[in-house]
Design a protein around this ligand. Sequence first.
Ligand SMILES: [Zn+2]
Length: 733
Amino acid sequence: MFRKVLLSLSVAACVSGTAIAQLQPCWSDEHHNHLLKVHPQLAEYEQQFEEQVAAKLAAKLTEAGDANDTVYYDVPLVVHVVHDYGVENLSDDDIYEAAKNWALAFVKKNADTATVLPAFVPYIGNARIRLHLATIDPNGNPTKGVVRHNSYLTFAAADEAKYQSWPNNKYINIWFINSFGSSGAAAYAYYPSSGAFMPYYDGVISLASYLNTSKTIPHELGHVLNLQHVWGNNNNAGVACGNDGVDDTPPTKGHTPGCVSSALFDTECAVGYSKTYISMSGLADSVVDYPDTTNAQNIMDYTYCSNMFTKGQCARMRKALTSATAGRNNLITTANLAQTGALAEMPDLPPVADFFVNKAVAVGIVTDLKTKFLTFNNDASFSFKNASWNDTISSIHWEFSNGASLPTSASKGIVNNQFSVPGWVTVSLTATSNAGSDVMIDPQAVYAADTTPVGGVGYSQSFASAGDIYNWPMMNYYHNQFRWQHFTGAGKDDNSCIRYRSFDTSDKIYGTASGDYDDIFTPAFNLEGVSGDLYLNFFSAGMVTSLSSSALRDSLEVDVTTSGGVRWVKLGGYRGTELANNGSKSSEFIPGASSSWAARAISVPAAYRTRQTFFRLRYRPGDNGNNLYVDNLALSSLPADIQDISKSNDQFVLYPNPAANGSTLAFRAGNDGNVKISIRDVSGRIVFEQSENYVQNSIYSTLISREKTPVAGMYIVTVTTGGANITGKLLVY
Ligand SMILES: [Zn+2]
């Protein structure tokens, strides 16, 4: 439920721009306001929490601050790096360095407090909050406080990218991602009241590029500890004078990024701002005349010359850490600090071995996206890159199967390799540090495709057994439930096919299919010298789980390569309602009747008819897809989409004909919708007969498999529909 809500929010709150200066620094208000709209009961919850905080803050905050409150609070952190092996895969050392830096502002040790304008020097607060990367994970295992998740969710990220969060009453979770998509925010976080409402999304999420930029993370941690923007949380920066519920931050409109004097000496909302405090001791009430300029250097403004929290903000953060809301008060307990190892020294742990296939490289060509498919003995290479982490790596050692040009290699960070034996390639990487070793073995690291053609025009594949697809590699790039698979339980003409499992069996709170993509590759075909029309035909049966326009995001793309996988060219594709030809269904879709299948024909231009032409089906699941089934993939001079039938007087077409491996019968249902198909051999004996009801005057097709016409020779095919018999010949060789 939250998933849809927040995605639509992402669109609404868009601020365009790519340069750092143009990014909206923080999206917390947008997320918070949207949550309030969708879950009005949150407002009541927030009000109760604010009343608790106000009661605790009733004492006047003098220039000395809350002099009696000198206790330090310690807080465990965990950093999640959600990455796809790009620049967002931040190094351990960069994270450790940044974490030290974030901590400074919470103990008033950041050096740039020296540049705070004199009027605000008396108000610089020391939150006395010490941040620590955890050294024990939720399972009780040692950690260095950084975990990594390889996922497409790093792109166009939102709350769903925060999967695998650690309990929010024990750790503050901070996720780093590559991008929030086109929407251009730098980071956002939730207040404790929102965190209590949806603990699995509680924490900070930020662009990896803002790891250590302009106090972005201290700002977001401010929100986690219940600080609002200095102009208030139902306002936008630069719009109207507002107030954040903190006395010593004067009212302000807030500012856009930039340390300009108009911001630093902005008096617009702050002139004459003072507060009267009722005496607690029966003596005279006192008035504090706060500065007449706004506190543009406040970490909760957007100026990026953010140098300070005020004393009032520090008191507010400390109250959040003593409140049970979202279990914040558990973070600082002695028991939790022991459980999370927050106060322990960072342990020396063995590395985590990891590698990825970077790009396929050839002379002058570097392919985009993940490339795990090349023909064996290809001039191009697979490029394997070490990505081991968790300790300073002293040595690495690679091993490769399949007649690799470099079967073993030590301490090379990048290995470009070619393979002389077709099939799946096993790659192992051993990473060693002073603290031990770790091995990563991937038995399907890449695929070296055989170049021997399995057929040409007339080829047909019905995926009858799993063995039929041994040379049809399926790539599940992100190792998740959304993937290609052989399926027995439905088929166009039999009980087997291949399918893309787009139906989401999870609760959809963690993760979303959107952004994933997966491939299945065909074997090589010999299409050299084929003239005239040529089609890659197949049948597909699809559905979605919802017919709303945002739900129709699933797509299937058909690509071709004549360079053994170095370069791919898109030939065609299907999406939306066209792909979901059976409409919508909230439960998992499995096709029933033969009429569930739609004929697909992709024209193969002459330029791609070589002795080694491969095709690739690339599926991109959306948020509300259901399964897509694909069957009877064939190469033919006639298209499976049978517009031609309706143009001509013929009521049916057989192709290929003559045929060696089955032929597709395309026909038009007549005025009564009833269609009877019968096939007789030359002796007149019926070898196949079928009668079914279809939508009247619509076009369908069915495969006459070779099993139905086992003996080579001539057959008589009769289609009876709308009160008419049409007869034709099928030649089987
Ligand atoms: Zn913010």
